[in-house]
Design a protein around this ligand. Structure first.
Ligand SMILES: [Mg+2]
Length: 330
């Protein structure tokens, strides 16, 4: 049973209707109606030692910052603004108090950057490793949340930033490679930047029909949009943003750069679709505002009739995922 089948199984039978609930299980955040002008967004995410991180790979401060940042990323994926956070921490026996303080300092650091306030939580002892569970509450203009389910045939698909760097960073950590040339990839893995500013801009642009943050990998996350919107998404492999240094470093780690970009997780970039009739307007606006965001925004594909995600090579042929990565099929 995979994670998504498990979610379906365990949520089946639970009450899922309630006055004030705008959107429940199944998107980056739940949406609850607030007042005449705002809706609230709620999301939660946990990091478990030896599942999501190894203590010898990441400092307590960076771990704390990451734990909050990845939650804020889900608020960004709806187009919203983070407001408050709650933290539950499970602390193993003999865990240094100083490191607990550093974890919270790291969270506070991300909280200052994103103007988010700590409002509660719980601390307990843990029999097996450190665990950090965070809930973030945000808000958004009423009725303006961008869901996974809004993509339409003819829409264009875009991503922010560069993909695959965090996955290469993780591969380097796993292989014990710490050289200067890979340090930036490890940093991308350890210390992601949630795309809050552009998420809010995309919401206010009114051009975006669906959005998700890339936590599991581009193909996997776009599959959620394809499924929720009942469409097919075509990605053009040669339009995936590339950085030469990245391809070289990936080669040295015996990894294929394109496969990392398509399947690597934890980039926390945003993937979104732009309505076909607003594409020209969007491209014009993007030219003006893009430099202010400090990261790329790249068109990588289109929404078509069908289901799932297809990767198209430069000759127009489907590429298929094999054990070794994406391959052309002749
Ligand atoms: Mg998400």
């Amino acid at each position: 049973m995979n994670e998504f089948e498990l979610i379906k199984t365990v949520t089946h039978g639970a009450p899922a209707q309630k006055d004030g609930l705008v959107r429940g299980v199944g998107d980056d955040c739940a949406v609850i109606s607030g007042n005449e002008t705002k809706d609230f967004l709620i999301t939660t995410d946990a990091l478990f030692e030896d599942v999501h991180f190894k203590r010898e790979w990441i400092s307590p401060r960076t771990l704390g910052r990451k734990a909050l940042s990845v939650n804020i990323s889900d608020i960004a994926a709806m187009g919203g603004k983070p407001l408050f956070y709650l933290v539950t921490i499970g602390i193993p026996k003999a865990f240094p108090l100083k490191e607990v303080e550093e974890i919270f300092e790291g969270m506070a650091n991300s909280a200052f950057v994103h103007r988010t306030a700590l409002i509660g939580g719980d601390t307990c002892s843990s029999a097996n490793g450190l665990l950090i569970s965070i809930t973030v509450i945000g808000d958004i203009d009423r009725g303006k949340s961008i869901y996974r389910s809004g993509a339409k045939i003819g829409d264009s698909v875009y991503v922010t930033g560069i993909l695959g760097h965090a996955a290469l960073g993780l591969a380097c950590l796993e292989k014990g490679i710490r050289s200067l040339e890979v340090r930036e990839f490890i940093r991308k893995h350890d210390d992601p930047t949630p795309r809050v500013a552009i998420g809010q801009w995309l919401m206010s642009s009114t051009c975006v029909s669906s959005m998700i943050d890339i936590s599991d990998g581009l193909v996997s996350d776009l599959n959620h949009i394809a499924e929720a919107s009942n469409v097919e998404i075509k990605i053009f492999a040669n339009q995936i943003p590339k950085v030469e240094e990245f391809a070289k470093a990936a080669n040295r780690c015996n990894k294929d750069a394109l496969t990392l970009a398509l399947t690597g997780g934890e980039d926390y970039e945003l993937a979104f679709t732009v309505s076909s009739y607003k594409k020209d307007l969007f491209e014009k606006m993007m030219k003006v505002v893009a430099p202010t965001f400090g990261h790329a925004v790249t068109k990588i594909g289109e929404v078509t009739a069908g289901n799932g995600v297809k990767i198209i090579d430069m000759h127009g042929a489907n590429m298929h995922l094999t054990k070794g990565g994406y391959e052309h099929k002749f």
